[in-house]
Write a protein that binds this ligand. Sequence first.
Ligand code: IPE
Ligand code: IPE
Ligand code: MG
Length: 876
Amino acid sequence: MRWWVRCLGTAVRHAALEQARNRLALVLVLFFIPLWLNLAYWVLPGDPVRFFLRAAGRPVSLDANTVTQLSGALHSLALIVGFMMFLATSRSGGFDHRLVLAGYPRLCLLLARSGVLLVTAALTAGYATAWVCAFYLPERLDVMAGAFMVGALTYGGVGILLAAMLRSELAGMFVVIMVSLIDLTLQNPVANPSADSPLLRWLPAYGAVQGAVSAVGLGAVPWRQLLLGLCWSAGLTAAGVVAFTARTSRRASVRALLGRRVTGPALRMVTLRLLHPVRARVYRQAGVHDAVVVKGYEICRRLVRRSGPVEAAVPQLFPARLRPVLWAVYGYGRHLDDLSDTRRLGRQDRYERVSRFGALLEADLRRGHSEDPLRAAVVHALWTWDLPGDGMAATDRVYRQDAQGTSALATWDDWSAYWHALTFPFGVKRLLNLFTAPGLAFVPTDAEALRAWTDAFNLLDTLRDLREDAAEGFVKLPSAVLDEYGVSAGDLARGQAAGRFADMVHAMTARARQWLEQATTAGAQHPPLAAALRTVVELHLLELDRIDRNPRALLKGPSRADPVRFHCTLARGRFRVARAWRRHARSAPHLPPTVTLPQPAADSPAAPDTRPLLPPVPHAGGARPPRLPAHLRPRHAAIIMDGNGRWAVRRGLPRTAGHDAGQRAVRETVYGALEIGLPCLSLYSLSTENRERPAAEIAAILRLFQDGLDTETEEVWRRDVRLRWSGVPDGLPPDLVRSLRRTEHLTRDRTGLTLNMCVNYGGRDEIAHAARALARQVADGTLSPDAITPRHVAAQLHLPDLPDVDLLIRTSGEQRTSNFLPWQSTYAELVFLDTLWPDVDRTHLWQAVAAYARRDRRFGTTRSTPGTPGEHPFQG
Ligand code: IPE
Ligand code: IPE
Ligand code: MG
């Protein structure tokens, strides 16, 4: 509805501007109307003429100059308003085309144009009436204004109709002049002694002329005549509308566009907008404009639809912005399923196809783009929503096994393990990532609901594909179940319901119902998600009912729920979900603002990057890390890299030279961390307070970061290092934010060292941010204030999965923590080094780690636990 109002607003604005820009018409209104009225009144004699007034049913006698003045006023209104509407309608044709192509409802454009016509007619009629009053006061002022307005509306309609039929403005103007001349001259008794001929009743301005004359000397309102005038106006406008609709029809628009040689992807986008404006709007709202990506999403959407009505319905229960990503996540799995199931190919070929797809997608994910539409859509979805790509390898593995022929599943445990491996590492986890994305306020307990639902969903999928899977030699039900009910895979493949087949199906549907019930009761779900899940469960139940009524139908073909009930339930569900979103509008999903997709570099290699990761560069002096048992090593070390400025000043150099020199120390420390086997290293690179420093110094520091991210590819990013960024984008150059995100994305699958760069980071800021997120959940009613624990706060930090800091190091002899990771460092062991940061090398890190290993950590207890890494409050 809001979209509709916005469309109408734009269309009205455009139509009004169009009129306002028509300066000639404005000048004509202002000067032409008074000039005509004056000339008619003063130049013509005041002799009485006979006028047959049908409103009174008798001839009346009027002064010749008065009649001509009224006829002249109507004539000028007819010409001016007809001309205005003609020009406005014909000139805005191109714009209207574009609006229609952009998905604007045509009704909006028509309403806007009609509204503007009404206002124009009212204003000009009022103006002409005011001028008539300068000569004499008519008996019925309102009737005169009404008659003038009807005349203006009638010729406005003529203008619209002509604009829809004629191309040339001159031709249009000429026709308006001729029609109005004939019409009004014939009705003027001064010019035409037979002006009371009954034939004249069929002329367009007849009602307006009768109305205007009645207003001068008749007290009554000539309703019939005015109504007739309105009918003319409505009829002409309607004819104009029909012609306008035909002109802006999809076919005509395509023709118009094809005339401009629209090709390839652009044509695809145009076709989508024309034939499926609603879907085109979904893509627009989701920020998808690339034709290849749109094509990929469309492929995914079709794969989803092909899977079944419930699968197709699920994305519809989410806001438009989320639908493409849901299509992509599901489409990915479905495509792999197809690749592994293609019956025409041999096992080895299927295996290779799945492997090749996985490898290409992996490479595309690193590049951030793909030439293949389906992969482009998956990459787009993951990048846009900042979703990790992990789990794909695990999913590929299961599909590869499928392709090679999986052995039967013996028990329910095998069944769960199989489906879990297939759907959890990528599909379900991506949904979890998505729903916990900023703005969706998904609470961790919802995961239980999602798991229960996926179990039910997988069992339903198994039942639906029973015969097909059996024909492929892999029935995806536990063989224990088949044996219990005396059903054999061979019978299923032949479509025979042998043994206690019906009982088996009933037992399976009962189990699915149980899981569905669990799904609706688990977790304190975010209201819109709860509404969506409830609807999905209802749809599944309808399908289960149908299966229960006729279990044997499963062996004949896909068993679908009753379509009428299905669509009614879906419509009700969509309404419920939309209402829930409206009520929780503050947490409606928005695209992450800082994530923008990279364009493929011109020279980006098409082949996947299969280069092996490099080992850390050895220490220049050949130093080796101390050998420490794993339990004595910190899990997370954090360093306040201080002393750059003093290092430079002591050498008589500008402070920026110190920051420059500090880069080498960063590399050294990263290599040292890799060598000693540190899982996580946080580096304090720029604090939110540092922004108060001179702009030139901050600019130099930011430039260094940007260059570092751009050029350290070989030096650092080809090592087993995963970059993560803590901090806020506000105040950072967008390019730097993009580079940080990009490097985060490129390195997301690395498992050696997680390098948490704290750029534009402030500890209090981070906690305030978490507090805001929790406050929103409380306001949304998804969290009770009394239920808030440190785990809830930790879950809202920049990187909730970051372990607690075990070892906090500060260089340069300063002994304070300067707003660095306050939440995570509550039990950190502190080590202060006198060395200035640019002089630091990896041996300093190792010394600090060795010192840490000797510390006693007690965590408030009386137990002595040397060097034990602390548990992050949110982990477990
Ligand atoms: C730390 O070095 C680096 C950043 C804050 C970016 P400083 O610039 O704080 O160096 P000193 O402490 O002034 O010498
Ligand atoms: C802390 O160093 C911030 C870093 C990025 C290293 P500062 O030099 O800015 O901190 P204070 O001002 O000495 O506390
Ligand atoms: Mg400092």
